[in-house]
Design a protein around this ligand. Structure first.
Ligand code: PLP
Length: 325
């Protein structure tokens, strides 16, 4: 038995019990380990679907170019889809992302353009604006726009959600997931809530992001926006994939708490995962300490792999420089 292409290995990732970091917590905490996808992240799912849906809609033609602003993981998924289907890729990325992420994308054939982080999304230098400009200039190019492209949510509604439901025999009571574009949490939450409306969805946000305040007050507060270090979650925009009705509550997790928990996941659970996985688990456990009951089953989504953070949170010197070790 073999697969005809590596993209056929996307999905059906394992659900693994957390045993040590959960000490003192009632209930069961299970991790959906998304680095088992071929591009090592949950984003393979939505990247492949955005391209398939674009083909069906006639938005990209043979020989076309995929252009996207990406923190790396979506780019990897798009690059795999492009290799499978014969497209070129150009990715814009903010300069706060690890160098590893750029090199990984180049390794799978993409062109990478690095843009400044500390400019407004509307600034012509931002990675959002540069991607849009290239899309306007390059013929037969397709800009998936993971933030507002609802194929992103749909991919997780069609695959990740049903997997979690089946893997827990329909017993899952809580979902915890970091929120960037919102596609992962909203796709899973929509599916789980359709099966059982009592499933509680906890979104993990960063300090420096607008989501939590927006959920609680309906106010888009620009004073909430400031630079932070965690990669992949939190936003200074409201993406269309974030459906606030599908997220019951937000908690913010600091860069340091996330980094420390990520390193614990590697050492204590054998899960060599990415930085936002620490955000998700730290926030999930904070919630679980107060609210989880004996029979509850909380599923926390771990989006990506540790290799992308070797120069940062898995580097002791870097951790010391931050004052986090
Ligand atoms: C490492 C990492 N964690 C979490 C997320 C957030 O997932 P979503 O964009 O589906 O909200 C992303 C998305 O870019 C990511 O790259």
């Amino acid at each position: 038995m073999y697969l005809n292409h590596i993209v056929e290995a996307i999905g059906n990732t394992p659900l693994v019990k957390l045993n040590k970091v959960t000490e003192g917590i009632r209930g069961t905490v299970l991790a959906k380990v998304e680095y088992f996808n071929p591009g090592n992240s949950v984003k393979d799912r939505m990247a492949f679907k955005m391209i398939e849906d674009a083909e069906k809609a006639g938005l990209i033609k043979p020989g076309g170019t995929i252009i996207e602003g990406t923190s790396g993981n979506t780019g990897m998924g798009l690059a795999l889809a492009a290799i499978a289907k014969g497209y070129k890729c150009i990715f814009t990325m903010s300069d706060k992302q690890g160098k590893e992420k750029q090199d990984i994308l180049k390794a799978v054939g993409a062109q990478v353009i690095v843009c400044p982080t500390d400019v407004a999304p509307t600034d012509p230098r931002s990675y959002y604006s540069v991607a849009r400009k290239l899309n306007a200039e390059i013929p037969n190019s397709f800009y998936p726009n993971q933030y507002d492209n609802l194929s992103n949510t749909a991919a997780n509604y069609e695959s990740t959600g049903p997997e979690i439901w089946t893997q827990t025999d329909g017993k899952v009571t809580h979902l915890a997931c970091g929120v960037g574009t919102g596609g992962t949490i909203c796709g899973i939450s929509q599916y789980l809530k359709e099966q059982n409306p009592n499933v509680f969805a906890l979104g993990l946000d960063t300090y420096g992001s607008v989501f939590k305040k927006y959920k609680e007050t309906g106010i888009f507060d620009e004073t909430e926006i400031y630079p932070y270090k965690t990669e992949g979650i939190g936003e200074d925009i409201l993406p269309q994939n974030v459906n606030f009705d599908l997220i019951d509550m937000f908690l913010k997790v600091s860069d340091q708490d996330a980094a420390v928990m990520t390193r614990r996941l590697a050492k204590e659970e054998g899960l060599f995962v990415g930085w936002s996985c620490g955000s998700a688990v730290h926030g999930a456990l904070e919630y679980a300490k107060e609210h989880l009951k004996e029979d509850d089953i909380l599923v926390v989504v771990l989006p990506d792999h540790g290799t992308r953070y070797l120069g940062k949170i898995y580097n002791d010197d870097w951790m010391r420089e931050q004052g986090w070790l």
